[in-house]
Design a protein around this ligand. Structure first.
Ligand code: SAH
Length: 251
């Protein structure tokens, strides 16, 4: 069971993604729970102000520290010391499958979503314990980033996906891109499914998939190969690809 506490100025952004498909089912199964906390509820001034002008001038607004500290401390209370408090930020460590696996080991995670020019630096320094970026681009708020983290982590929780082996075969699970998928019909507009997949020959299918996965990664993301878990047979196949230039499709 994994519980997320999400701190945001726009809690309704999360409604629809949490109410569909895998994330919905994970909650129904009791594997996932998500509590949305409106940072505005933790303001103490009459106008419920959550942002202010930046010291030093310049454009844009900065999210004030007080309501964010108050919200996180009130909600996490005694759980604060052992709960990772993750700030979504384009300056954080890059989120990837390894980071998702690591977060899936926890029982509780707090996510802070910034808006505007971002949050007061003291939130990052003295409240957050981790800072995560979902990619090298700038979003208008941390909510979609938080949703990406919730989604990627949840599908790794035991029992959430129908096929328990699926997360281990996915792209990035072992450092490679996954092989291509086909379903019926076997021929569509004259385009055929590779015959080996129809052969019923399990070992051949496994070998074809592994090679397709290696070929794809070699062609599209050679940077991944350096850190991938490879067998001796994989290495032999990759050397062949290097020599012949990866002909044979599947890329
Ligand atoms: N001025 C900031 C960007 C602010 S974007 C800077 O240049 O670093 C507003 C908010 O969107 C951020 O506080 C963060 O919570 C969220 N955000 C933007 N890009 C993101 C990314 N790549 N990953 C995660 N969160 C992001």
């Amino acid at each position: 069971m994994l519980h997320f506490d999400v701190f945001t100025l726009f809690p309704t952004i999360f409604a629809s993604p949490l109410q569909e498909s895998i994330l919905k089912r994970a909650q129904e199964m009791g594997r996932l729970s998500v509590a949305l906390h409106d940072i505005r509820d933790y303001t103490t001034d009459k106008h419920h102000i959550t942002d202010d002008y930046p010291y030093g001038g310049g454009g844009g607004m900065v999210m004030k520290p007080e309501p964010i500290f108050a919200a996180v401390e009130a909600v996490l209370a005694e759980a604060l010391p052992e709960t990772p408090v993750i700030l979504l930020s384009p300056q954080g460590r890059l989120f990837n499958q390894a980071a998702a696996r690591e977060l899936a080991e926890h029982q509780r995670l707090a996510l802070i979503c910034g808006r505007y020019e971002g949050v007061d630096e003291r939130v990052r320094q003295f409240l957050a314990t981790d800072e995560i970026s979902i990619g090298d681009y700038v979003l208008s708020g941390g909510e979609l980033g938080a949703m990406v983290v919730v989604d990627a982590v949840t599908r790794l929780l035991p029992g959430v996906l129908g096929d328990p082996g699926a997360p281990f075969e996915d792209s990035h699970a072992d450092g490679l891109l996954e092989y291509p998928h086909y379903t019926r019909p076997a021929e569509y507009r004259g385009y055929k499914v590779p015959s080996v997949l129809l052969s019923g020959h399990h070992a051949e299918v496994t070998r074809w998939r592994r090679q397709a996965s290696l070929r794809r990664t070699f062609l599209r993301r050679p940077d991944l190969l350096a850190r991938a878990r490879l067998s001796e047979a994989d290495r032999v196949f990759l050397r062949q690809l290097e020599e012949v230039g990866a002909q044979g499709g599947g890329g």
